[in-house]
Design a protein around this ligand. Structure first.
Ligand SMILES: NC(=O)c1ccc[n+]([C@@H]2O[C@H](COP(=O)([O-])OP(=O)(O)OC[C@H]3O[C@@H](n4cnc5c(N)ncnc54)[C@H](O)[C@@H]3O)[C@@H](O)[C@H]2O)c1
Length: 313
């Protein structure tokens, strides 16, 4: 499929953490990108995020400053909904609230051309439910990225009941064109794949800390220096093949019944939530991000992710 003959103008809704990052990715691959938001302040924030991300990429040698200025010129900013009239491809990355998404899609799906492909980056809201507000929902599907999307290559493509196969195939081709790793989620299941795996890990991580088995720091260390290193190279099923089906069968026969089966949000998470300690964005979460620590932590995370991406590319 010649994706460039089909898609040229990409309109991204929401100039936040995810939308700003998407704009850079598509602009880097020569698409004309319009970044749309309803707030002037959000657009300014988006511009700042893009310039920060670009500087990090230049510092890490992933881009030259000439390439960076060229891609930045492919991005324009707007608060005018009319910009969806020329869209070949829409990515919605606005607030994670069903009513807000419904209102947005009701308007945008009737403004955008009927053959435009429409996608949502929802973290876990039902694709079928969002699609209820979409005019011609056969061209609509989920396109779920991982933060920070300009560095992490995975894209989950989620088909709703009304999504035409051709739609998800075009989204897949586009993801491949921008050198991402698409996976096809064939059913509109809560949390898709990544978040189901992530929350299974979190349930056990909370169980370990709440039961005094290890500290928050040590659980993070087990992931960073153990499982995380492995999973950057091989997946869980490959791990079983390398370790031996017999070993995993035998361990599984006593281990699964030992694992947490809690269906509630952890009290540890609830306590921080109720205190308003939301993590990096408020200066306090499980760790301290007061003063300039938050900005430094984000910069270190992005640079570390880039080093891993470079090492494995
Ligand atoms: N942050 C993550 O780690 C992450 C990962 C995967 C998916 N997502 C999903 O991506 C979406 C955006 O997340 P984010 O982290 O970028 O949020 P964010 O809060 O950083 O940005 C959201 C942006 O949307 C704008 N906005 C709100 N309502 C709007 C509307 N009606 N029309 C246009 N713009 C509007 C806001 O002004 C803001 O700039 C959410 O659905 C979220 O669940 C987030």
């Amino acid at each position: 499929m010649d994706i460039k003959s089909k898609i040229n103008n990409i309109v991204i809704a929401g100039a936040g953490v995810m939308g700003a990052s998407f704009a850079q990715i598509f602009a880097q691959y020569g698409f004309k990108v319009v970044l749309y938001d309803i707030f002037e302040a959000s657009i300014e924030k988006g511009k700042k995020l893009i310039s920060m991300n670009q500087q990090n990429a230049i510092d890490e040698g992933l881009l030259t400053s000439e390439e960076s200025s060229k891609l930045v010129n492919n991005i324009s900013y707007t608060m005018d909904m009319e910009s969806f009239r020329n869209a070949d491809f829409v990515i919605e990355a606005i607030a994670e609230k069903m009513e807000i998404k419904h209102e947005f899609w009701k308007q945008v799906s009737s403004i955008a051309p009927e053959d435009a492909i429409l996608t949502t980056n929802t973290s876990g809201l039902s694709i079928n439910k969002i699609a209820e507000a979409v005019h011609k929902p056969e061209r609509f599907c989920g396109m779920h990225w991982v933060n920070p999307p300009h560095i992490v290559p995975l894209v989950e493509i989620i088909s709703g009941d009304k999504t035409k196969e051709e739609t998800s195939e075009i989204v897949k081709e586009l993801a491949l064109y921008i050198e991402r790793k698409p996976v096809m989620v064939k059913k509109d299941i809560s949390g898709f794949i990544l978040n189901r795996l992530q929350y299974a890990i979190l349930r056990e991580a909370f169980y370990i800390v709440e039961n005094g088995v290890a500290s928050v720091e040590d659980v993070d260390n087990v992931m960073k220096y153990g499982l995380g290193r492995r999973y950057a190279c091989i997946g869980p099923f490959e791990t079983i093949d390398f370790g031996g089906i017999d070993i995993f069968f035998n361990v599984g026969s006593y281990m699964f019944k030992e694992l947490s089966n809690s269906t509630e949000v952890s009290p540890l998470l609830r306590e921080l939530y109720e205190e308003g300690a939301y993590g990096v964005k408020t200066g306090k979460g499980f760790y301290d991000y007061s003063g300039d620590k938050a900005e430094k932590a984000i910069e270190k995370r992005d640079k570390d992710f880039m080093k891993v991406a470079k090492a494995l590319s």
